[in-house]
Ligand binder design. Structure first.
Ligand code: ZN
Length: 262
């Protein structure tokens, strides 16, 4: 099933579910029980929002060996973690805003895990019960700032640096799905999730050995090789087989431009 967040002219932002190209409302929430109401809103007449408002976003660095090579480093022995603030999230179709502080903003297409049930010290064989589903994200990165700072909060934490969506797919096999990234229609990244150094389930188990994972938290699982720079006017399309595609335009930001909202 596909879980969405959406709004219309009449309806405030809320969770829903999608069948073919029609959205239905949800009575309740995907995190504490719900009933699906009738699908009655055609997709083209609703605005899809980021499918979840995460409490925290935990990201994994260098989780594809070929990407570690292109970054001129080795695959880590234990997962490298960093975090993005929830204010970085934007929904499908909303633009990445290139901040005036950077001259080298890059895309990283990634599989996103959405936690459904809280857990700490989750054993690998129980991870599945804690995952609500999977989505698509772009780990937008100001590479020049990342290299200048040595740690990554500023480089990866700008508003709009975490496009997420278009929905949460609950029926998805994360172990062998193709991830591709196109920039303006040109293929730039392509790899299977089976090429990850640490699998999605290993990552959830590992992260939960450090911090409690709560419902709605999002984990970005790392990007394949082929990262590159974004420019004003570009369109990023990240597709994951079995989920769908997330299409995100790019605009030049300016000093004083406000928060886009999620
Ligand atoms: Zn990344």
């Amino acid at each position: 099933m596909q879980i969405v967040r959406f709004q219309t002219r009449e309806l405030a932002p809320q969770y829903g579910w999608k069948q073919d190209n029609v959205i239905g409302r949800m009575d309740g929430s995907p995190f504490c029980g719900y009933q699906r109401l009738q699908a009655e809103y055609p997709l083209e007449r609703v605005q899809l929002l980021a499918p979840v408002i995460p409490g925290k976003i935990v990201c994994v660095g260098k989780n594809f060996p070929e990407h570690a090579v292109e970054m001129k480093s080795e695959s880590p022995k234990t997962p490298i973690l960093f975090m993005k603030p929830p204010t970085a999230v934007i929904g499908p179709g909303k633009p990445i805003e290139l901040p005036p502080q950077s001259n080298q903003v890059e895309y990283e297409g990634e599989l996103a895990i959405v936690i459904g049930k809280q857990g700490r010290w989750i054993p690998t064989d129980q991870v599945r019960e804690h995952i609500l589903g999977f989505s698509i994200a772009i780990d937008v990165t100001a590479r020049d700032i990342q290299q200048a700072d040595g740690q990554w909060t500023r480089a990866k934490g700008f508003d709009t640096f975490c496009p997420l969506g278009p929905w949460i797919e609950t029926d998805f096999n994360p172990f062998d799905a193709l991830i591709t990234t196109h920039i303006n229609g040109q293929l730039r990244q392509m790899a299977s999730t089976r090429d990850m150094t640490f699998s999605p389930h290993q990552l959830v188990a590992f992260i939960s050995s450090i911090m409690t994972l709560e419902s709605g938290d999002v984990i970005l699982t790392g990007t394949p090789a082929g990262v590159g720079t974004l420019a004003d006017g570009d369109v990023v399309r990240v597709s994951i087989e079995g989920i769908g595609e997330l299409i995100t335009p790019v605009v030049k930001g300016s000093i004083g431009l406000g928060y886009w909202g999620i």
